[in-house]
Write a protein that binds this ligand. Sequence first.
Ligand code: FAD
Ligand code: NAD
Length: 449
Amino acid sequence: MEAKKFNVFVIGSGIAGQTVATSCAKAGLKVAIADKRAFGGTCANRGCDPKKVLLAATEALQQTAQLKGIGLEGKMEINWKKLQKFKRTFTKSVPKATEKKLLEAGITLYHQSPKFLDRNTLSVEGKMIKADHIVIATGLEPVNLPINGSKHLNTSDDFLNLKTLPEKLVFIGGGYVGMEFAHIAARAGAKVTVIDSGDLPLKGFDQDLVERLVAYSKTLGIEFIMNAKASTIKKLKKNYKVYYKQGDKKHHLKTAMVFNTAGRVPALKALDLEKGRVDFNANGIEVNTFLQSKSNDLVYACGDVADSNLPLTPLSGREGYVVAENIIRNRKKRIDVPVIPSAVFTLPNLASVGYSEEEAKKRYKNVIVKSGDASSWFNAKRWNAPVYAYKILLNERTGEIVGAHLLGPDAGETINTFALAINHKMTEDDLQGTIFSYPSWVYDTKSMV
Ligand SMILES: Cc1cc2nc3c(=O)[nH]c(=O)nc-3n(C[C@H](O)[C@H](O)[C@H](O)COP(=O)(O)OP(=O)(O)OC[C@H]3O[C@@H](n4cnc5c(N)ncnc54)[C@H](O)[C@@H]3O)c2cc1C
Ligand SMILES: NC(=O)c1ccc[n+]([C@@H]2O[C@H](COP(=O)([O-])OP(=O)(O)OC[C@H]3O[C@@H](n4cnc5c(N)ncnc54)[C@H](O)[C@@H]3O)[C@@H](O)[C@H]2O)c1
């Protein structure tokens, strides 16, 4: 069989893959892209964007509840069916619109998982393909939870597409996905349980703030079963029984649905990477600072599937751009990542940028920790917001802000001010010297430092 030839073959049509494909096509290269699912990737189809649409209704509900009796009257509730219909107005058009954009850029599309045959040869849709460069941008997929009855587990995709919200749900794993969904489901009226193997959920975040978030989440009716691992899921007539182990003790609970939110792993299984001599580890494809495979220099990897950075949308886009630059301009651009803000969109948001307290204390001789409860500050009071707290870390020698951790309304927005401050090595004085609009959440950053 004669091979079809491309300059660049991209696997995966999320933000990373699309960025590489369109940039290379614009530069005049012959490009193809393959996806085994609907085009457009996780964020737009079944991740950040649909989640935030569902979240908007719960945000409005939360604010209404906070002001009830002090200026607002009446009852508001979530109509899950209508909310899902609204969400679909965002997601439905994504695959077609993505394909149209790629086709208009002159890119050839494939709708199957390719497999490596050798270092730069793939097979897809029964064709053999040779490419000067192959780019792997396949993202992450839910981890396989090796428990009895795992076939009864649902994924984040299933949650985001629930036609009706069951009365009771269990999330196995209290990370980003488990916690965000727990908050959405609890506010929409479900009884939620989070089972997690750690002492606290949201491991990477400031644990003092996580403790406050957990305490508040309990007031929403969310139950936390910590230091526990699910072992078996049994189907009953209508419901499911989830058996879990906490220490030496076995327990069980009854629920209508169980979700696997125990983490996501690189989507690599289908690619036959060994034949392509592409090395990988548990965090993804092993890449150098050019995002080139360490073991096969014809291959690049970017986005969540590369072992380079945190799996977040803005980074995936940045990495796609770097890979395109390296293909177009022959390996000139190293990945250079500024500090990365990240937010858990629970209500209140938990957001973080820069060093944790522990990391800062390891890195600098003297660290000033400014932390406190801000629920009595004007902004929180005017919304009657129940939780507002912060922890800001400063390098005492230079006065530079080196870490910021926020828990409160709109913390996912406010954290960006700290990202800017840390990236530009701003000090406490620099922040105090900046004029921000008043009254605003960002104005509060002055009081925090
Ligand atoms: C529920 C949820 C909520 C999230 N919320 C946020 C958020 O609020 N903010 C944020 O920054 N990030 C969030 N993320 C993470 C974000 O979605 C990812 O970081 C981002 O989508 C990664 O982009 P990517 O292009 O690397 O991969 P993806 O968007 O995952 O795209 C990879 C593509 O590759 C395809 N693919 C996989 N295997 C193959 C194969 N063998 N052959 C062909 N195609 C294949 C997939 O179908 C997919 O379309 C969320 C993730 C989830 C699951
Ligand atoms: N707002 C956002 O930016 C956002 C939202 C969703 C996802 N994401 C991205 O997606 C990635 C994956 O998120 P995630 O929530 O799926 O994973 P995660 O790694 O954040 O959390 C997984 C949780 O599951 C627990 N766990 C693991 N195995 C378990 C077991 N056997 N039993 C019980 N608990 C177990 C862990 O202790 C952890 O708390 C994140 O790292 C993030 O980068 C980002």
